[in-house]
Design a protein around this ligand. Structure first.
Ligand code: IVH
Length: 712
């Protein structure tokens, strides 16, 4: 440990060979450990930034003392672990996550939103369940004919890993069910109790094996074992709380379904309670929070669900979370530590983000060494709208700061202790040029964020765009993650500088003397796997492509919206090329899409009109086979392909529900009336849109006529 503090802060130039060797050995071991933890996914990894910093330090040492860098150096390894360890399965019904809430206001807003969506008045009865949020990992169990046929982890929600043999070893999981529907997928949480966790760690330590940082990691590491015998020896438990596919419903209510699961032989959480509204939910939350320390297993909040399953069905889902449930998380954890430095990271849209580098501190069981500082105003003690925050205290390098961590969100700096401020600390001066490419970094009127103006010439923006391009919701290329992107971006012989380069990698490799597969870190098999994974993604759904482009303001939801509206790449690309910001019919069509605002529209149109960015998009698309959006199954739908506008107050359903149903029937729902509108559905209080319909000769009907048209 002493040696670590001896050399760590010194410039590499100041090290003699002996000191460099000692530091190299120490860091190489840490990086190797982090690699194993990362790929095994059963132990907390060090942060990406820390990992990168360690690797950079190794590289710097190796640059000065090249003899240290043997073939086994972690700087030369790429994608170490085999990625295909478990078979994959596509979930019949997606496994979703939950929206998080932290305050009583969030819960009132959740209840309000549901009432608005369902058109229920504030006093109409609406019952919820409240139950602990178990801090484990979710598992889906498929039973066919009453027999357990498949167990799968959540994975990315769409595709999970098959762990059937392992799940069979868990005592809480019935292998057969009596009286269950023919097909039933039971979902719940695998976890480990505090007592079992402590005993397991003791056993591990006694035999010199790896110990686990917390019960969740222990549960995950125990379930994801290629050898089910190891899982069998680990004390895992399972609570059932949800379901996926079923051939017959379990019950009419959430509570009824949970009771049915218990009757079928599953463990269900005994604290599950029926509540009549936000006040009762909050009372249960407080009660469960008070019991937290005595439960004997980790929970990180309370989950609220609409009890009536018919209402759950009507409420449906957003892109990754149900509208009918929310996780009320326990409050953030706090700790004090020293702020060592402020680094500026440049994101894919050029945003300069200040990151606090901290003396590592444990906050709620997790070691934190980085925290976000948001933007320059936040550092200066002002909110984005100019109001004073933290009583106006600014944040300086050297300050004693309070770190705040809530759930999975990035830690923040909540406060500064002025009494601990070093005399030499000076106010932080935010850079006005990009630290990566030197271009001007400008702050637009009304924007809290300063942005690099370098565009694709800025290496940081280019790398971040590429990382986004290969990320989960985008191209999601197996074996090509953020770390590999950084390596290829810097590679002089086989570089990836823009997305199109990914798809020419194999062809370029074949013509190159230093073939990928001959490099350290890439064997014949891993090179072949990477090329195959890339090949598989040439065929890409339109929404994923639009999201992957990384255009500012275009998230996965708006990408899906644009894909649904335009249907194909030629239609989308044609419309964006023809559109001019703020004028013309293409702009009007774009703006008429319900859910598209001027900021998003201008950002997309500008991206297509910016020469370098456009050329890069064209080179990419030339490599791809872009899949049109599958039209919803709309045989016999009277409104398929029609553009519909809803206006005024709907009385039988809410606007959001009407929109979702119209879209499911193949209609496009627009926010304003134009010559392209086929039908306007007007409720009481309809104003200018109904008038526009009359003026333009567009068919105008009331809500009852609409319901008759679509069959109720
Ligand atoms: S319901 C469609 N209930 O929390 C919603 N989830 O943050 C299905 N979790 O992925 C989830 N306890 O792994 C539900 N009582 C509970 C839960 C629970 C823990 C986990 C689950 C989910 C995650 C979302």
């Amino acid at each position: 440990m002493a040696a670590e503090t001896d050399t760590k802060g010194l410039p590499v130039d100041a090290l003699d060979e002996g000191a460099a060797r000692a530091e190299w050995v120490r860091i190489a071991a840490r990086v190797a450990r982090a690699n194993t933890a990362y790929h095994g996914e059963d132990a907390p990894e060090i942060s990406d930034a820390k990992y990168d910093a360690l690797k950079r330090r190794l590289q710097a040492i190796e640059a000065r003392f090249p003899d240290l860098a043997g073939a086994d150096s972690p700087t030369r390894q790429v994608g170490t672990a085999p990625s295909e360890t478990f078979a994959k399965t596509r979930h019949a019904v997606r496994m979703l996550s939950l929206e998080n809430a932290f305050t009583a206001e969030d819960i009132a807003e959740f209840d309000d939103r549901i009432r608005r969506y369902l058109n229920l008045g504030p006093d109409a009865p609406l019952t919820y369940t409240a139950e602990p949020k178990i801090d484990g990992l979710s598992l889906s169990l498929r039973y066919e004919g009453g027999r357990l046929t498949l167990a799968a982890t959540r994975g990315d929600g769409e595709t999970g890993e098959v762990v059937t043999a392992n799940a069979r070893t868990i005592a809480d999981i019935p292998k057969t069910l009596t009286g269950a529907p023919e097909v039933l997928e039971v979902r719940g949480e695998v976890y480990m109790s505090h007592a079992d966790f402590a005993a397991l760690n003791e056993r591990q330590a006694a035999k010199g094996a790896k110990t686990f940082a917390n019960p969740r990691n222990a549960a995950a590491g125990s379930l994801r074992q290629l050898d089910a015998a190891i899982t069998a020896a680990r004390p895992l438990r399972f609570f059932a709380y949800a379901w996926g596919e079923f051939s017959a419903p379990l019950a009419a209510t959430q509570m009824g379904a949970v009771e049915r699961l218990a009757a079928l032989g599953f463990q269900t959480n005994p604290l599950t309670t029926l509540c009549d509204g936000p006040a009762e939910l909050l009372a249960v939350y407080t009660r469960i929070e008070q019991m937290r320390a005595t439960l004997g297993y980790d929970i990180d909040g309370v989950v609220y669900k609409v009890n009536d399953l018919e209402l759950q069905r009507r409420l449906g889902f957003r892109s990754t979370t149900p509208r009918w449930a929310i996780a009320h998380k326990f409050p953030a954890e706090l700790a004090w530590t020293r702020l060592e430095a402020i680094d500026i990271q440049v994101g894919r849209t050029g945003a300069l983000s200040p990151v606090a580098r901290l003396v590592p501190v444990t906050v709620g069981g997790v070691v934190v060494s980085n925290a976000t500082l948001h933007n320059e105003d936040y550092i200066a003690g002002r909110s984005a709208s100019g109001e004073v925050i933290r009583d106006g205290k600014d944040i300086r390098i050297g300050d004693w700061v309070q770190v705040y961590r809530a759930g999975d969100v990035i830690p923040k700096i909540a406060d500064v202790d002025l009494a601990e401020r070093p005399a030499e600390a000076v106010p932080y001066v935010f850079p006005v040029t990009c630290p990566e490419c030197g271009s001007d970094a400008l702050r637009e009127e009304g924007d809290a964020v300063r942005r690099c103006t370098g565009g694709l010439i800025c290496p940081a923006q280019a790398v971040e765009k590429l990382k986004h391009f290969v990320s989960r919701g985008a191209f999601d290329i197996e074996g090509l993650g953020a770390k590999q992107i950084e390596m290829f971006f810097a590679d002089p012989l086989l570089p990836i500088r823009e997305p199109a380069d990914i798809f020419s990698l194999e062809a370029r490799d074949a013509g190159n003397l230093t073939k990928l597969k001959n490099r350290d870190g890439f064997g014949d098999k891993s090179a072949k796997n990477l090329f195959q994974a890339i090949e598989e993604k040439r065929k890409i759904p339109l929404n994923r492509l639009i999201f992957a482009l990384g255009i500012r303001h275009v998230g996965d939801t708006s990408a899906a919206l644009l894909a649904r509206h335009y249907g194909s790449w030629p239609a989308f690309e044609g419309a964006m090329t023809a559109a001019n910001v703020g004028e013309g019919p293409e702009w009007a069509e774009f703006m008429a899409i319900d859910g598209v605002g001027a900021v998003l529209a201008a950002s997309v149109v500008n991206a297509f009109h910016q020469a370098a960015e456009r050329a890069s998009i064209d080179r990419l698309v030339a490599e791809l086979d872009v899949q049109d959006v599958a039209k919803p199954r709309t045989e016999g739908s009277p409104v398929a392909g029609k553009t519909v506008v809803f206006t005024g107050t709907l009385e039988k359903m809410t606007r959001a529900e009407a929109k979702a149903r119209a879209e499911a029937l193949g209609a496009k729902v627009a926010g304003s009336v134009s010559v392209k509108t086929d039908l306007v559905v007007a409720g009481p209080g309809a104003g200018s849109k109904a008038k526009d319909a009359e003026r333009l000769g567009v068919e105008l009907i009331d809500e009852d006529a609409w319901l008759r048209l679509i069959g109720g």
